[in-house]
Design a protein around this ligand. Structure first.
Ligand SMILES: NC(=O)c1ccc[n+]([C@@H]2O[C@H](COP(=O)([O-])OP(=O)(O)OC[C@H]3O[C@@H](n4cnc5c(N)ncnc54)[C@H](O)[C@@H]3O)[C@@H](O)[C@H]2O)c1
Length: 320
């Protein structure tokens, strides 16, 4: 295994759990030049995991998404069947075991006991917060959630979710490290079930299920609405920027115009979370700090150029 110069102070990672997410994290870190020890509780999983890793790297190379040859990146990943050995050199540990509270509790106890005292213990957990599995640990200050999308080497978001007991500086340090490794980290300010990624995904999915349940639309047509509607815009912008650019005058005008409609749609589903004046003012203030209204036109032209590039890509890939 060829260790490279440190990346923002980190040089050796360990991935604990070599399933879908574990293998994908190994690609992220090896691609960034870090040494990776890849461990799984089922040692027989490791050869398959290494074969998957190579196959995924080859696909990335075919799309010109790697800066180095596949062999050079793959050589940084070492499958290790012993947990202590996997952790021995690691300064950053990314747990990617099944989403099961008892598994994560037992595993974090073992990690805290075996890892170097200065190593960071991050969980890929989709919904279980660190306070549920690390509260009892002597080293709980070094524990937090780093929740990826799937697969993290393509979906670059990483939700950093510290617990109340996590060292206050850790989220920022981990954020710098992940950014240096090519990820797009965001800080979730406090623990909340489902974090933000899955809460947003869940809001959409709940409504989608209701619309199919009430026979308003077919499953395929609902997917089509998203794919050909908001989806392309969401490749470049979030819902706040989307609405800001959709309405001349920005998101404040949008909220005044459409707020009552969206409130009625929410009430229909038993939700009572009106966009109050204060809340809208907070959103407007942050948007205007990012995009003064005198640059609104320029930004909508930017959006349209992005959509044109995406339209060309979709046209070229029509046969897939
Ligand atoms: N799949 C996703 O879309 C996704 C996205 C983001 C986060 N996550 C989270 O990532 C974690 C892993 O998910 P996955 O989809 O890769 O699961 P997976 O089932 O594909 O892989 C889990 C791996 O962990 C191994 N394992 C089981 N117990 C272990 C232990 N005690 N120690 C070490 N390894 C152990 C299993 O043998 C398996 O190879 C979960 O917490 C999940 O919620 C998943």
């Amino acid at each position: 295994m060829n260790a490279e110069p440190p990346l923002d102070g980190f040089s050796h990672t360990a991935i604990i759990g070599a399933g879908s997410i574990g293998v994908a994290w190994a690609i992220v870190f090896a691609r960034a030049g870090l040494a990776v020890s890849l461990y799984d509780a089922r040692p027989e999983r490791l050869p398959t995991a290494m074969a998957e890793l190579r196959q995924r790297l080859e696909e990335l190379a075919a799309f010109s998404l790697l800066d180095e040859p596949v062999d050079q990146i793959a050589a940084r990943v070492e499958p290790v069947a012993d947990l202590g050995q996997a952790l021995a050199a690691a300064d950053y540990i990314q747990e990617a075991a099944p989403e099961d509270l008892a598994v994560k509790q037992a595993l974090f106890s073992a990690l805290d006991g075996l890892a170097r005292p200065d190593a960071i213990l991050a969980s890929s957990s989709s919904a279980i917060p660190a306070s549920a599995f690390a509260t009892h640990l002597a080293g709980r200050r070094r524990c937090l959630v780093v929740h990826p999308g799937n697969p993290p080497y393509l979906i670059r978001i990483a939700e950093i979710v510290p617990a109340d007991f996590t060292d206050p500086d850790l989220a920022e340090r981990v954020g710098r490290f992940l950014a240096a490794a090519g990820m797009v980290p965001v800080r979730v300010k406090r623990e909340i079930e489902g974090f933000v990624f899955n809460r947003l995904q869940g809001a959409l999915l709940r409504e989608a299920y209701c619309l199919v349940r009430d026979d308003v639309i077919s499953v395929e047509d609902l997917d089509r609405v998203l794919r050909e509607g908001p989806g392309p815009r969401w490749a470049f912008m979030g819902p706040f920027e989307t609405m800001d650019l959709n309405t001349r005058g920005g998101i404040g005008v949008h909220a005044a115009r459409m707020g009552p409609v969206y409130a009625r749609l929410g009430a229909e589903r038993g939700q009572n979370d009106p966009w109050t004046e204060d809340l809208v003012a907070k959103v407007v203030a942050e948007r205007r700090a990012r995009l003064p209204l005198d640059r609104w036109q320029e930004r909508t032209a930017w959006r349209d150029r992005r959509l044109m590039a995406l339209a060309r890509l979709k046209r070229d890939m029509r046969d897939e």
